[in-house]
Design a binder for this molecule. Structure first.
Ligand code: C2E
Ligand code: SIN
Ligand code: SIN
Ligand code: SIN
Ligand code: FE
Length: 360
C-alpha cells in the first residue's frame, strides 16, 4: 500500500551514493532522492517526509547549514534528520547531533544497518506521536470533530423521528422547538447561578438539548383513540398512556446496544425514562424520589408541563402563562424539584417570550 509507506528524502551530491541509497530503501519506503539542499527545499514545498537523510559534505550548502535552516522553519523543524557522513571522527558526529540531527550513518552504506536505523527512527517518531495524541492536542481535536459528527447525525435522526411523531400526535413541531429552548434557558440559568454545577460539569449540552426532541417518542406506539381522545382518560386508558415511557426507553436502549458512542445517548435515556417522575415519588414509571431522579428528568418535567399547560390539547384548553407559572410553583417539592422551580422563576419571562414567538 503505497500511501501508508513512510516517505524519505535522501539528499546527497554524490550520484553513486544517491543511487545506492535509493536502491536499498525503495523496497520499503517512498524515496525522494535529491542531489542538493536547494532541491531538498524545493521538494519540501510539496512533500512533508517522515525522515530526511542528509549528506554532510556537499558543495554550495552543506548538511550543517541545511539542518539549521530546517530547524528554523516551523513546517520542517519536527522532521527527523539523519546525517550521512564519510568522516569517521566523533567530532563531526557530535556537531551534527548538537544541531538537532537524530542520528548519523556512515558511508558507504551497509544496507541492513541503514534499514535498521531508519526503522528505529521511524518507530520512535510514531511512538512519540501516539504519546502526544494520548495526551491531547491532536486527539482532543479529533474527538471534538468526531463528537460534532455524531451530534449532527443524532440531531438529524432525532429530528426525523420527531417529525414522524407529528403524524400521530396532536402536538406540532412548535412543541419540540419550544421545549428545546426552555431547556436551553434553564441550563443557562443553572450555569449562571452555579446551580447543580457538579451534576452538569460533564454534560454534553447539545446532546441533551437534541435528546429532548425524543422525550415522548414512545407515544408513537399508543393507540390513536387514546392519544387523541378529546376528553379525560379513564384510569385504564391512562395506564396504557403511561407505557409511552417504557416504550421510549426500550427504543433508546436498542440504539445503545449497537452504538459505539452510546455515552452520548445517556441524556436521551434519562429524559425519556424519567420525565414523568415526580419529586415526591408519586410519578411513573419507577417512582424515583427527589435527587434520585436524574437531573435531565427533573428539568424536562418543568419544560414539558409548562408547555402542556400553555398549549391547547384535545383534552384541555390552553392555560395562560400566569396560570402555568402558578401551577408549576404550586408543584415545587411535590411534582418538581424546588431548586429548579426557583431557577424557573428567575427565567419565566423568557419562557413566556419563547411561547409567544413559537406558536403552534
Ligand atoms: P401532555 O399533554 O404533553 O402533558 C404532559 C404533562 O403535563 C402531563 O403528564 C401533566 O403532568 C402535565 N399536564 C398537562 N395538562 C395539565 C393540566 O391541565 N393540569 C396540570 N396540573 N398538569 C397538566 P401526564 O399527566 O403524565 O400525562 C402524560 C400524557 O398523557 C399527556 O402528555 C397526554 O398526552 C396524556 N394525557 C394525560 N391526561 C390526559 C387526558 O385526560 N386526556 C387525554 N386525551 N390525554 C391525556
Ligand atoms: C440550540 O440552539 O437549540 C442548541 C444547539 C443544539 O442543540 O444543536
Ligand atoms: C389532565 O388530565 O388534564 C392532565 C393531568 C393533570 O391535570 O394533572
Ligand atoms: C428508566 O427509567 O428505565 C431509565 C431511565 C434512566 O436510567 O435514566
Ligand atoms: Fe411524556
Amino acid at each position: 500500500m503505497e500511501s501508508t509507506r513512510a516517505k524519505i528524502v535522501l539528499v546527497d551530491d554524490n550520484m553513486s551514493s544517491l543511487t545506492q541509497g535509493r536502491n536499498i530503501l525503495k523496497a520499503f519506503y517512498e524515496v525522494y532522492p535529491v542531489p542538493s539542499v536547494t532541491k531538498l527545499f524545493e521538494i519540501l514545498e510539496n512533500v512533508i517526509p517522515d525522515l530526511i537523510l542528509l549528506d554532510v559534505e556537499m558543495p554550495e550548502t552543506n548538511g550543517y547549514e541545511a539542518i539549521k535552516k530546517l530547524k528554523a522553519d516551523d513546517r520542517f523543524a519536527k522532521i527527523p534528520v539523519i546525517f550521512l557522513t564519510s568522516r569517521g571522527d566523533d567530532n563531526s558526529h557530535l556537531e551534527g547531533l548538537d544541531l538537532g540531527a537524530t542520528d548519523y550513518i556512515s558511508k558507504p552504506f551497509s544496507a541492513p544497518l541503514l534499514l535498521k536505523r531508519i526503522a528505529n527512527q521511524l518507530l520512535i517518531v510514531r511512538q512519540h506521536k501516539d504519546l502526544l495524541a494520548d495526551r491531547g492536542n491532536d486527539s482532543d481535536k479529533m474527538v471534538k470533530e468526531r463528537t460534532m459528527e455524531i451530534l449532527r447525525l443524532q440531531n438529524a435522526v432525532f429530528a426525523a423521528v420527531a417529525d414522524l411523531m407529528e403524524f400521530r400526535d396532536h402536538q406540532t413541531s412548535g412543541h419540540t422547538r419550544r421545549i428545546r429552548l426552555y431547556l436551553k434557558t434553564l441550563l443557562a440559568e443553572l450555569v449562571r447561578t452555579g446551580t447543580y454545577k457538579k451534576e452538569i460539569a460533564d454534560w454534553e449540552m447539545d446532546f441533551f438539548l437534541s435528546s429532548s426532541q425524543l422525550h415522548d417518542v414512545g407515544k408513537i406506539a399508543i393507540s390513536d383513540q387514546i392519544l387523541n381522545k378529546p376528553g379525560k382518560l379513564t384510569p385504564e386508558e391512562f395506564e396504557k398512556m403511561k407505557n409511552h415511557v417504557a416504550i421510549g426507553v426500550d427504543a433508546i436502549e436498542k440504539i445503545m446496544l449497537d452504538a459505539e458512542e452510546h455515552v452520548f445517548l445517556r441524556h436521551a435515556l434519562a429524559i425519556v425514562g424519567t420525565h414523568h417522575e415526580k419529586w415526591d415519588g408519586t410519578g411513573y414509571p419507577t417512582g424515583f424520589k427527589g435527587l434520585s431522579i436524574p437531573l435531565e428528568g427533573r428539568l424536562m418535567a418543568i419544560a414539558d408541563v409548562y408547555d402542556a399547560l400553555i398549549s391547547e390539547r384535545p383534552y384541555k384548553p390552553a392555560w395562560s402563562h400566569e396560570d402555568a407559572c402558578r401551577i408549576i410553583e404550586a408543584g415545587a417539592g411535590t411534582h418538581f424539584d424546588a431548586v429548579l422551580v426557583d431557577v424557573f422563576k428567575n427565567v419565566e419571562a423568557e419562557f413566556a417570550k419563547i411561547a409567544r414567538e413559537i406558536v403552534p
